[in-house]
Design a protein around this ligand. Structure first.
Ligand code: PAF
Length: 281
């Protein structure tokens, strides 16, 4: 496994790999790898000759009052996990390498950003789309793997790839959970013991909503209310949102039908956690 810090070097390496007819699977991350990332790496490993992992905490996708400085980082641990997962190259650039001058062009996401995390994190998806545009040009993968825990991100990135004709395929991968159902996240380390105990109720609230829908409740307001109530009664977290939309369009629904997403974001003292379920009604 090699660690590459220069974009130019990475580009010339992947050009050679592509010329030799090998396929490249790419897992973009911000590091502090957990089992969710491992699953993405395993998927990529089983489908490609070469697996590239990027680790870059992207300042562009953090708001001024968000956790960019505090975002957990541990490159030595990440290297170990990457090696065990059979990664061939880690692309590990500095902020200076990715954004050497004031950028003169940024990507702006114009659809699906007025809901869910887009609403509470203005500019977040512009930052994600901008860094991924750069990473896709640097790594030139055949396929890129993304976790469905960030289902809105998956929908936005699919839009980016389609609208800008990137010659690659996005592969969505199921959320990996702790034994009690809590979705794996790099931010889970910020939960206090009490909050960690409560956090399992987030998934339970989603399952409750899912069950209501499966038992015939087609009114989105009623489902959202039941989910809210469960979170309020079982956790000390502050609800950022509980919402239901069509998926992947992320349009509001009067009545639940077709493929939908039930998604939540809850703020604990030092961590804002998100989770979702996608349901075929
Ligand atoms: O999901 C993430 O970790 C980030 O949003 C991504 C896709 C690596 C872009 O910085």
């Amino acid at each position: 496994m090699n660690i590459i810090t220069s974009a130019k070097e990475m580009q010339s390496l992947v050009s050679e790999i592509r010329t030799s007819g090998k396929s490249i699977g790419f897992v973009p991350t911000m590091g502090y790898l957990h089992e969710g990332h491992q699953k993405l790496l395993n998927e990529a490993r089983s489908h490609h000759d070469i697996v590239v992992l990027s680790i870059f905490v992207n300042p562009l996708q953090f708001g001024p009052n968000e956790d960019f400085d505090r975002y957990p980082r541990d490159i030595e641990r990440d290297e170990k996990i990457a090696k065990e997962a059979g990664v061939d190259y880690i692309f590990y650039p500095t902020v200076q390498e990715m954004y050497p001058n004031d950028m003169s062009v940024k990507v702006m996401v114009t659809d699906r950003t007025d809901v869910l995390c887009g609403k509470s994190r203005p500019g977040h998806f512009d930052g994600v789309a901008t860094v991924l545009t750069k990473l896709f040009h640097i790594v030139m993968p055949h396929k890129a793997y993304f976790g469905l825990k960030d289902a809105q991100q998956v929908a936005v990135v699919e839009g980016l790839v389609r609208d800008f004709n990137f010659p690659l395929e996005i592969v969505p991968v199921e959320t990996v959970r702790e034994e009690d159902g809590l979705a794996k996240s790099s931010r889970n380390v910020y939960l206090s013991e009490k909050e960690r105990f409560e956090a399992k109720e987030l998934y339970q609230s989603l399952l409750k909503g899912k069950e209501l829908i499966e038992n015939g409740e087609h009114n989105p307001a009623k489902v959202m209310e039941a989910v809210r109530k469960h979170i309020q009664e079982h956790t000390s977290g502050e609800i950022d949102y509980v919402e239901i939309y069509s998926y992947p369009e992320l349009k509001k629904l009067e009545e639940l039908k077709g493929k939908i997403i039930l998604a939540i974001a809850v703020k604990f003292t030092k961590a804002r956690l998100i989770d979702n379920v996608i349901i075929n009604v």
